[in-house]
Design a binder for this molecule. Structure first.
Ligand SMILES: Cc1cc2nc3c(=O)[nH]c(=O)nc-3n(C[C@H](O)[C@H](O)[C@H](O)COP(=O)(O)OP(=O)(O)OC[C@H]3O[C@@H](n4cnc5c(N)ncnc54)[C@H](O)[C@@H]3O)c2cc1C
Length: 388
């Protein structure tokens, strides 16, 4: 069907700097040439293409906006563009990068000791080490404040007990950022693979995000020195601040998935004939394409402005929530519409929209569900907190 043409109807990319456009083009080419040829097999096998991890590091895509030892420090708009281009490939690829950067490197850079930063950040940025982020538990998803995992002091050590579920990269990770309830509130720890009592296992039978590792973390009386604690992380605000970083990337990433669906549907509709005319000649099909493009264009403007605000140091949680909520719902609608335009062919793995559609169901749920983001924005504009 020809090569990918990214929708940019309002020429928003003209607002990007030369450096930003350069990064966009590098990531777009990486996805096209190195990732997309692999994704179908990995999606079927339920695996992440781990061979690409060092390449992600080499391209500066891991922790792109983070400053610290060995980190790219490229700024927030560039990080957003990276997420957008990666998720055009697959939400699993963007999820890997979001977790490694926003949920592992960012808390280490923000809440870690100098020793933790110099030990882990260069390795994580290069993709020589992999991280995961353990907040959610089987009984506590939208309400992580109810967490049951405990950190008990014992002499100079801490002993962690509990479990975490739905953890991206759980089975790949060399280090897990684990959140546990201590004597004075929620605390963060770096737990290394191989620590006695610490184990991971896979979540099996996923319909969604199949080209991504999702698992469980078990902490059975895991003894850690105080140097494994993130010294500046105090209370539930610390893990929630990490989620805000990841949600920012998701808001951009969802636009990439939507662009891929739109482009596939537009090209398919131009080639497929019914009633002796291309599908694109029918008014109903045109209306679907116009609706997709309109929503994509609005989401592109939203994410670009969000990036510019964040680059200026404005990083308000409700603004990120509004963008994550809108852009993921928009992308899911686009994936469903594209699948519809493709007819029966849309349910096969020959085309991307079915895979994006399945993936985006997870993206709608993780990093704060659509409903939770509604309540965050609702609380901000009314002053009434519906979920505390
Ligand atoms: C593929 C995947 C990867 C993930 N990766 C990670 C990870 O790396 N690390 C991690 O810690 N977690 C991860 N998660 C977990 C994710 O963040 C949680 O699934 C999410 O927070 C929702 O929690 P839950 O699934 O328990 O749903 P619940 O919180 O039980 O919600 C179920 C439904 O109830 C609704 N609901 C809940 N509370 C309210 C309310 N007050 N008002 C109205 N509606 C409400 C929700 O919107 C949702 O529709 C991942 C999840 C998935 C699917």
């Amino acid at each position: 069907m020809g090569s990918y043409r990214a929708a940019d109807y309002y020429r928003l990319d003209e607002n990007l700097s030369v450096e930003e456009r350069g990064v966009r083009d590098v990531v777009r080419a990486f996805v096209e040439r190195e990732f997309l040829p692999l994704v179908r097999d990995h999606f079927h096998a339920g695996t992440f293409p781990t061979d690409l991890i060092p390449r992600l590091g080499e391209l500066g895509l891991l922790g792109a906006s983070i400053s610290g030892p060995g980190c790219p420090d490229l700024g927030h708009t560039i990080y957003g563009l990276i997420c957008r281009e990666l998720e055009r490939g697959d939400s699993g690829l963007r999820s890997f990068v979001s977790v490694q950067g926003s949920l592992v490197m960012w808390p280490i850079a923000t809440y870690g000791s100098e020793e933790q930063k110099s030990r882990w950040l260069p390795e994580l940025a290069a993709g020589r080490k992999i991280g995961c982020f353990g907040l959610t538990e089987a009984n506590h998803g939208s309400d992580p404040g109810g967490m049951e995992t405990r950190a008990e002091p014992d002499g100079k050590d801490w002993v962690l007990h509990g479990s975490k579920l739905w953890i991206t990269n759980a089975n790949l990770a060399d280090v897990a950022v684990v959140w546990a309830r201590g004597p004075r509130g929620v605390m963060g720890f770096l737990v290394e693979r191989g620590t006695p009592g610490f184990n991971a296992g896979p979540v099996k039978g996923k319909w969604s995000l199949r080209a991504s590792d999702t698992g469980e973390l078990i902490l059975d009386e895991v003894r850690l020195p105080d140097s494994a604690r993130l010294p500046l992380a105090r209370g539930l605000r610390a893990p929630l601040s990490c989620l805000n970083e990841a949600r920012y990337g998701i808001a951009w990433g969802a636009v990439g998935a939507a662009c891929d669906c739109y482009d596939t549907a537009l090209r398919f509709a131009g080639e497929r004939k019914q009633f002796n005319k291309p599908l694109s000649a029918f008014q109903l099909v045109q209306a679907k394409l116009v609706d997709m493009l309109t929503e994509i264009t609005k989401a592109q403007a939203l994410s670009l402005q969000l990036g510019r605000l964040k680059d200026r140091g404005i990083n308000e949680v409700p603004l990120v929530s509004l963008a994550k909520r809108n852009n993921v719902a928009m992308a899911l609608d686009c994936a469903r519409t594209a699948r519809d335009i493709l007819g029966a062919a849309g349910i096969t793995d020959e085309f991307g929209p079915g895979r994006h559609m399945a993936n985006l169901e997870s993206v709608k749920t993780y990093e704060g569900t659509h409903d939770i983001h509604t309540l965050i924005v609702g609380a901000d504009i009314t002053g009434e907190h519906a979920f505390r």
